[in-house]
Design a protein around this ligand. Structure first.
Ligand code: ADP
Ligand code: MG
Ligand code: MG
Length: 892
């Protein structure tokens, strides 16, 4: 249950905790570490299992180890002449805020205090240590409020008319310490514990107890950490940075944690103890200044830092203390770093020969690099946040507020070219033309998978969604922020940060994403390792080009309905829908065909040589018509006023059609391939447009690779019928053109029945692409938007769901269907190409699942392509490492 520092190693993280195992490792490297002992995480677990009682023999073991520490330190705990003081430090296997804070200078009482004064001949130092100890013990072990201690100290400084703790003299600090002790007695009804061993026992218990505090439990739940790890307790000989101007304490990184530069980086304070450096009581000096102030100490420290980095093969975050001209190391661990630093350090270390390419890839968190791919608020800018919403689509944007999609389309990109932010309650598919015209989107309602959020992420437009304090009045074109006097009028400049949900008034300076050479290099390594490749979901030639720049190896999903929503085309689409006869419908479709052809040509050209999956029309037709309630109001108004009969009849006709098309549950209604079974001419037109485009490109010497995808198939007969139609149309056009063109026909797998009968479906499909959005909706029986709006948050809070299943694949449920579909499909068609094109295709944990399920690729929005490339490589490496481990277990 207890280890001395020289009995442990960095491999014993689960036993000794992070801090303890690294103190052991450093001790065994021969570095200057104050001697100490570690009580194991298992002892903590047992303590908690016993209902907060020390396991039998724990204190005896601890005392025996402490006796050995005393010998090493040449001091005795509680001794009246030569007392050992210790720090008590918690340390779980993973770093965890919410755990008990450190208690320093433990073992001080009225007797040992006198000895410390006599030995150090430094009364000021002794009382400084004493008052710090009482304060920390009171805070951390006795659960008192820190602010009462602070009040006493502040009162003293005021009385002496000084600003800094260091300006108080021995007599002042003695007073403070006495007042602290009285405060403890008053607050707890008990005298401050004088017996050092009792102090130590109480402190150890406090560390153990902190494992189960609500704060710690919540943190573990959020971070998916196990409750059974427990925390270790480190009891370590004190060294003192507060013994005068030849002493000090500091923190440092072996490389710069914000930009990755390979240069020592840190801060220190002279004549200070513990966390003074980070507490902001005094302003610390940059580490470089230590080189001038104490060159020898700096030199020693720089050497140690170098050794530690070489030893751990990673950037280290270290704590040190200098006691009267002697350097002591108190902690080392892998340092936290920004995304940019993570990339640079990983690539640099591979080049320096310290780590392999695979290790470099594993060093960078995929989600983390999202930050590198979007414009950001200049970190130096001063900002005033007026409201906060959800960080729905990353990146920052500046523009003038507009309140309707039409206004946005008129003013923004494609219109007058102004920079605008679309502010709205929420968005609908009819608002797309306004959304594409905006720099950023701000909504007051809706969650992370609301329409605005999903579409914005897909387009890479920054979006803050669900900003509940924002009250948007679209009719008056004005928004206010509840509880403030902030008013946003049309034309007012706004800045939104979709990376963290902040909304600011005025223009905040932005900086461009830094796609550095290192970043590209790392992703190239990733591609060379991954088994899966990454495609992009794009609807426009511009997005296809961007996606290619981000490393997409093709298009996994091109949604053709986005092309229908273009304001120029919507009237023709409506004409097609309103047509009473197949002939009238065909006439309207003929008008659409050249437009679709242009879109397809642009995308195929942008992805020249790479596969492009075109999904034929999917949404129910009423999505392209005005809303029923709006029409009703209009028609009713018209009937009261004198209106031209023709105009009235036309409106009435639309109303009748909308009524006819309206559905109780559009998600499960007349959409996907079911549309084409009833109106085959729609798919015919789309396929004709696609193959006209492809054959033309072929003639121009290009290499288009079209793949036709039929959505929402649940029955092989649906696919057989439509496949025949696609094939007939495509082959006819190819034959007429005289060129040779290969293409595939496949289906989206997005219904449970498609997974269950994948062996039948594969007889008609040359490829599968999982549409996990609909597959999740239909498997869970959740309508996504309703779930988001009504109950998903409660499900997450109650722990019924651990993740939003529309963001992270529900691997236990939907995942089983995915695996089954792959296996059944490949049974009848061994080379079947299988990918995924739902939102989860860009999410690292889901990507790992898809890798293990044997998929060929994932497809995601362009901005997530680099994240997916990294995640796909990591999944490959993890699987390799796991099978290596298995092998070596088999050997032994
Ligand atoms: P945290 O986990 O919050 O970093 P630590 O256990 O590292 O807590 O302690 C915080 C600070 O206390 C350290 O950075 C160091 O400055 C100081 N400290 C801890 N143990 C000792 C010790 N034995 N001697 C001197 N200072 C110590
Ligand atoms: Mg702390
Ligand atoms: Mg620390």
């Amino acid at each position: 249950m207890v280890y001395l520092f020289d009995e442990g190693s960095a491999k014993m993280r689960d036993t000794l905790g992070g801090k303890g195992c690294n103190l052991a490792e450093m001790t065994n490297l021969g570095l200057p570490i104050p001697p100490g002992l570690t009580i194991t995480c298992q002892a903590c677990n047992e303590y908690n299992a016993l209902g907060k009682r020390f396991p039998d023999g724990l204190m005896d073991e601890m005392k025996k180890a402490l006796a050995k520490v005393e010998i090493k330190a040449g001091k005795k705990f509680g001794d009246a002449h030569n007392p050992l003081l210790v720090s008590v430090r918690s340390g779980a296997p993973v770093s965890m805020p919410g755990m008990m804070d450190t208690v320093l200078n433990l073992g001080l009482n009225e007797t040992t205090l006198k000895a410390i004064i006599a030995q150090s001949k430094n009364e000021r130092f002794a009382y400084d240590a004493y008052r710090r100890f009482i304060n920390m013990f009171g805070d951390v072990v006795l659960g008192m409020e820190h602010k009462h201690f602070e009040e006493i100290l502040t009162a003293k400084k005021k009385a002496k008319n000084v600003k800094l703790d260091t300006e108080l003299d021995a007599a002042d600090l003695k007073d403070v310490a006495q007042n602290y002790k009285q405060l403890v007695e008053k607050d707890t009804g008990k005298k401050f514990p004088e017996d050092p061993m009792e102090q130590l026992e109480l402190a150890i218990k406090a560390v153990f107890n902190s494992w189960d505090t609500p704060r710690a439990v919540t943190y573990r739940r959020i971070s998916r950490l196990s409750d059974t790890m427990g925390t270790a307790v480190n009891v370590q000989t004190m060294v003192f940075g507060n013994m005068g101007n030849d002493s000090g304490t500091g923190v440092a990184f072996t490389r710069n944690p914000s930009n990755g530069e390979n240069k020592l980086y840190g801060e220190y304070l002279i004549n200070a103890q513990g966390e003074d450096v980070v507490a902001g009581i005094r302003t610390p000096k940059p580490l470089a200044a230590l080189g001038k102030e104490m060159p020898e100490m700096y030199g020693q420290f720089a050497d140690i830092a170098k050794r530690l980095e070489e030893h751990y093969h990673d950037m280290q975050d270290m704590e040190f203390t200098i006691e009267k001209g002697k350097l002591w190391m108190l902690q080392t661990r892998s340092g936290k770093r920004t995304a940019a630093a993570a990339v640079k350090i990983a690539v640099d270390m591979e080049r320096e020969g310290r780590i392999s390419k695979e290790e470099a890839i594993m060093r960078v968190q995929p989600e983390h690099i999202d930050k590198l791919l979007h414009r950001q608020i200049d970190p130096k800018a001063k900002v005033t946040v007026v409201a906060k919403g959800l960080n729905a689509s990353p990146g920052a944007a500046v523009g003038k507020a507009v309140f309707t999609a039409d206004d946005a389309a008129k003013a923004g990109i494609g219109g007058r070219g102004e920079k605008i932010i679309l502010v709205s309650v929420e968005t609908t598919p009819e608002d797309i033309h306004g959304m594409v015209a905006a720099q950023g989107i701000l909504t007051s309602r809706g969650g992370m998978t609301s329409h605005a959020a999903v579409v914005a992420r897909g387009m890479g437009v920054p979006c803050v969604a669900g900003c509940e304090k924002l009250k948007v009045d679209v009719s008056r074109k004005i928004a206010t922020v509840e509880g403030t006097n902030v008013v946003i009028k049309e034309g007012d400049t706004l800045t939104v940060d979709g990376s963290d949900g902040r909304v600011m008034l005025g223009e905040v300076p932005l900086v461009d994403p830094e796609l550095t050479g290192d970043f590209e290099e790392l992703l190239r390594w990733a591609d060379s390792i991954s088994r899966m490749h990454v495609r992009a979901n794009v609807d426009t030639p511009k997005n296809a080009l961007d996606a290619r720049k981000f490393g997409a190896k093709g298009v996994g999903l091109c949604r053709t309905e986005r092309m229908f929503n273009d304001p120029d085309r919507l009237p023709i689409v409506q004409e097609m829908i309103l047509a009473d006869t197949p002939d009238a419908r065909k006439r309207a479709l003929k008008k659409l065909e050249p437009m679709q052809k242009g879109d397809f040509k642009g995308i195929l050209e942008a992805m020249d040589g790479l596969p492009v999956i075109i999904r034929l029309l999917d949404p129910p037709l009423h999505e392209f018509l005005p809303k029923l309630d709006e029409l009703l109001v209009e028609v009713t108004k018209m009937s009261f006023h004198k209106t031209d009969d023709r105009v009235f009849n036309e409106k009435k006709r639309i109303l009748d059609k909308v009524r006819e098309l309206s559905e109780f549950n559009p998600m499960l209604g007349h959409r996907g391939c079911r549309l084409a079974i009833k109106y085959p001419e729609i798919y015919e037109m789309q396929v004709a447009a696609l193959f006209e485009a492809a054959t033309e490109l072929k003639k121009e010497g290009k290499n288009p690779v079209p793949e036709v995808m039929i959505p929402l198939v649940g029955n092989v007969k649906e696919l057989a019928k439509l496949r025949a139609l696609v094939k007939k149309t495509a082959d006819g056009i190819i034959a007429k053109s005289g060129v040779k063109l290969n293409y595939m026909i496949g289906t989206m797998i997005e219904l449970p029945r498609a997974c269950l009968t994948a062996d039948e479906i594969a007889t008609e499909a040359e490829f599968f692409s999982y549409g996990t959005n609909d597959l999740t909706q239909t498997t869970l029986g959740f309508s996504r938007d309703d779930a988001e709006a009504k109950f998903l948050q409660i499900y997450l809070k109650e722990g019924i769901l651990t993740d939003n299943p529309f963001e992270v694949l529900d691997s236990n449920g939907v995942g089983k269907l995915v695996t089954m579909g792959v296996q059944l499909g490949r049974k009848v068609r061994p080379g079947l190409e299988v990918g995924v094109c739902g939102e989860t295709g860009g999410e690292p944990r889901s990507i790992e699942f898809y890798h293990n399920a044997g998929l060929d690729y994932v497809s995601c929005s362009k901005y997530r392509v680099p994240i997916a490339r990294l995640a796909a490589a990591q999944a490959t490496i993890k699987q390799k490492n796991a099978s290596k481990k298995k092998e070596s277990f088999g050997d032994s």
